[in-house]
Design a protein around this ligand. Structure first.
Ligand code: GAL
Length: 353
């Protein structure tokens, strides 16, 4: 586990927007710098209170993320688990704002927040700032104007995430790299359906745009048969794709899903319709959930993109530590995505299991 600590920490102080280049699970070579990376000197591990709120516990990916965040804070960094409170925002911003108010009343030392609505960041930041509590936002990126404001006004707020443009581009590339570049029926264009996450979320917006852009940038003609929101949810993904296959049948060559949960739902619909992945239809997701990666190994998924929850969780915790130590933190800190296809799925599976 300790190896995973390091890569997250290596790139903390590299500029306004830090790109954390080496994915934590691949960071074996970074071990030598570990001492410098995890500097907890002066941090009161026993008594520090950390308030965490996740937008919704029912989200598959955020469950992996939350588990790693708590594991890292307690096992690797040594914080007292009794002083780490993790709340379920229940996909309700009013509920989550109450939780944040309670964290303020309880005088937590730092918050780690996965906002229900990233558009509430200005209000939440002001609440925390007035209470003198630093905040690390995760997963749902506030507007650039907001992170610029933190930097300009010296507000102790930061964002840790991954640039969703990269994940979208990787999805498009995975289709381009198939035997026929996604044009299964050879009619000169790639006809697709797009199953979108919650469209308020920048990850959903960028993955939708950049997956298709990778095709058009390569000079490929595309045809969008359907774009529908599935809110990151497996059951919704299944329903959308079932209906789309009924309506468009053989016309559907590619199913883009903004995440793996929806792609796993899509797979159920695709198999129920008697279609065969990588033969008469392609399917790509994002996150690298274990089931999705296993499906790539088994030939039932074309590809996914590893949304590195290890690096993101560890970087978020490390930013919290920096605040506790009174250090400055860059306003935006990005972790790289990793493309996952049949070429590396078995290897990735070993690393995420
Ligand atoms: C995305 C992830 C989705 C979902 C979403 C929640 O980064 O790919 O599966 O967890 O975050 O905001």
């Amino acid at each position: 586990m300790k190896k995973k600590v390091v890569a997250s920490l290596l790139c903390v102080a590299m500029g306004m927007t830090t790109i954390i280049g080496s994915t934590a699970v691949f960071a074996e070579e970074a071990e030598a710098t570990e001492e410098a990376a995890v500097d907890l000197e002066g941090v009161d591990l026993e008594n520090t209170k950390i308030g965490i709120s996740i937008y919704q516990f029912a989200d598959n990916f955020m469950t992996l993320y939350r588990t790693e965040l708590v594991r890292y804070l307690t096992e690797d960094l040594g914080f007292n688990a009794d002083n780490i409170v993790v709340q379920d925002g229940k996909n309700d911003q009013a509920e989550q704002t109450n939780q944040i108010n309670n964290f303020i009343t309880d005088q937590v030392d730092v918050m780690i927040l996965n906002l229900v609505q990233s558009s509430s960041a200005p209000q939440v930041t002001d609440m925390c700032n007035e209470a003198g509590i630093p905040v690390v936002y995760i997963n749902r990126q506030p507007d650039e104007t907001e992170s610029d404001r933190w930097a300009a006004d010296g507000i102790k707020a930061t964002y840790v995430g991954a640039d969703a443009r990269q994940s979208g581009t990787f999805q498009g590339e995975e289709i381009l790299e198939t035997a026929n570049g996604g044009d299964i029926n050879g009619d000169g264009k790639v006809s697709y359906i797009m199953v979108q996450g919650d469209p308020e979320n920048i990850d959903a917006q960028y993955r939708t745009e950049y997956s298709v852009k990778a095709l058009t940038d390569a000079g490929v003609e595309v045809e969008e048969l359907l774009l529908q929101r599935g809110d990151w949810d497996q059951a919704k993904g299944q329903q959308i794709v079932q209906d789309a296959l009924t309506q468009y049948g053989e016309q559907v060559e590619v199913v883009f899903c903004n995440n793996d949960a929806m792609a796993l739902g899509a797979l159920q619909a695709i198999q129920a319709a008697g279609r065969v992945i990588n033969e008469d239809i392609y399917l790509v997701g994002v996150d690298a959930l274990t089931d999705a990666v296993q499906n790539i190994v088994d030939g039932n998924f074309t590809g996914t993109v590893f949304n590195d929850h290890f690096s993101q969780a560890q970087t978020a915790a490390n930013m919290a530590v920096k605040y506790l130590k009174g250090e400055d933190v860059d306003p935006v800190n990005m972790v790289d995505y990793v493309k996952v296809t049949a070429d590396n799925a078995a290897e990735i599976l070993e690393k995420i299991k």
